[in-house]
Ligand binder design. Sequence first.
Ligand SMILES: *Cc1c(COP(=O)(O)O)cnc(C)c1O
Length: 363
Amino acid sequence: MFVKRIYNFSAGPATLPLAVLEEVQKQLLDFEGQGMSILEMSHRSKPYEAINKEAEANMKELLGLGDDYRVLFLQGGASTQFSMLPLNYLPQGATADYILSGVWSEKALKEAKLIGKTHVAATTAEGNYTRVPQQAEIVLSDKPAYVHMTSNNTIFGTQWHEFPEVGDALLVADMSSDMLCKPFDAKKFAIIYAGAQKNLGPAGVTVVVIRKELLGNNPKTIPTMLRYDTHADSDSLYNTPPVFSVYMVNLVLRWIKEQGGLTAMQAKNEAKAALIYNTIDESGGFYRGHAEVGSRSLMNITFRLPSEELEKAFVTEATKAGLDGLKGHRSVGGLRASVYNAMPHEGCQALRDFMLDFQKRNG
Ligand SMILES: *Cc1c(COP(=O)(O)O)cnc(C)c1O
């Protein structure tokens, strides 16, 4: 059967590795001789338990984490983590610090404000989030309950390349759009969370990485489903988990390992992003990047054209040419190419070629 696949630059849900989709297709009707699909199987069954265990182990292995961390597979998206985090770890009287580097960090702050006291430790809102804050700009409160940051700003196309130093404060990161795109020191973080639908798999599951010593350290009044310890104590099986999403995340984790792990992902991602950024930089001003060079994201590349008419034409013609999902978010405008781990090098080459051709015709 001939299947025509296009290059999908959507910010999320986003493109998935073809090898993973083919594996899913192969296993759909009969998962490993069970005579049924994962979609139909009890989450208490042996095959699912094995997937659940392997997914946690694979995630820890890729992050270089040991027994002092747990990996949880939860529902409600990264957006539920915006509330779950302060519910569990912002006690009355304490202050939680938020570093604002985009719309998603603003949303995280908004939820924390509903629960307790907050402090903005740094913000780059002025100038519409063209960069992430520098270390010298970060002013923490006295003994913050935790410091929250967003590692990659999906909408603005900026990314932290060196994480902030916060002394002995608990550092928490929303890594929804760049988790596992390159090696990093995961032990620096008390909690990491990420909706899977950008760089880890399909929608429906949120990955939470949490330092074990934090578990149980939360008020007894929090509803059961919103407690991290509930899910840690039951290995993410307190209630019915999104079994198919976890299964697919595990296949993506296996795929990343086969690619050579995070070091290999970084090399591939840097080569891919360079194709697009170089085209922007060498366009003589026809393409203008939104992000400052030092804060450029490897995952989401945001750029403008000389006029909105040209931007519209670019999106329409690119879609016709099999390059989809390039329309930028309304808060930045212009174009956004999301080039997550699963975007093949050829996709970025095709986009570069299209950009060069479009400029030739319209520049
Ligand atoms: C997409 C995104 C979110 C929201 O994720 P949901 O799973 O839809 O709640 C949060 N943070 C960042 C950085 C994102 O890119």
